[in-house]
Design a protein around this ligand. Sequence first.
Ligand code: BT5
Length: 240
Amino acid sequence: MNILRYKRVTSTNDKAKILAEEGAGEWTVVVAEVQTRGRGRFGKKWQSYKGGVWLSIILRPRISPKEVPNLQFLASNAVRKAVQRETGFVVQTKWPNDVVVESGKIAGILVESKSKGRQVAFVIIGIGLNLNQRKSTLPAGATSVYAATHEKFDEMRLMSGILEQMREDYATLETPDEILSQWWASCIHRLKNVRVQTGRNTIDGIAKGVDAEGALLLEQNGRTMRITEGSISTWSDQYN
Ligand code: BT5
């Protein structure tokens, strides 16, 4: 593992992408104290002040582009397990890329990849974990390890815990069913009534699972539909 630390970057995913284009090997990890342009999916802003763990891992798995979503679930599983082990809190996953504690978003994953023909050339796994920030400084719906436990944690310790777990779980890439079933077993909206916002549409239904390509399976009036993109909320989020 080659860990490169920075005080301030635009986004650790940007930095990792440049390094990957230049040929950086697997398990090159970019970590920053602050990101000035941290991002989520579809160019959404990711608030990244000091106090969080902001890192990106370069991987070069031998997979096809359509298998890339498995890495998002693999990383969510690894972050969930590492945070649970280090803090003792019950940590859950939420579709498609959230890690939650007491229904607050504690971490988000952003997977970006580059393909070469039918193979993936590299994958960047971006992980953002809210660690020692006070709740009042975080966006609505977010929480941090400190907000949940009232204890400050060492950034390096949490980072090492996540990286160790990622290394261990990386082997499960060979068995995607295992990744998805682990993820589903810890999913906060497993078999619950949910509301999904997809662009302009709002769809209510029962969350039934995720398929091999990472789509959410939503049952509405006895029919199951596949949802490939969107944000999900449970009834408890909406009435809290
Ligand atoms: C994500 O996107 O959840 C992926 C976040 C990935 C961040 C890491 S940090 C290291 C690496 N470098 C980057 O530039 N990114 C990665 P998404 O599901 O699209 O969620 C974005 C939404 O989460 C925003 O629109 C806000 O509502 C909310 N949000 C923003 N900052 C947050 C924070 N610090 N904690 C929790 N929620 C946040």
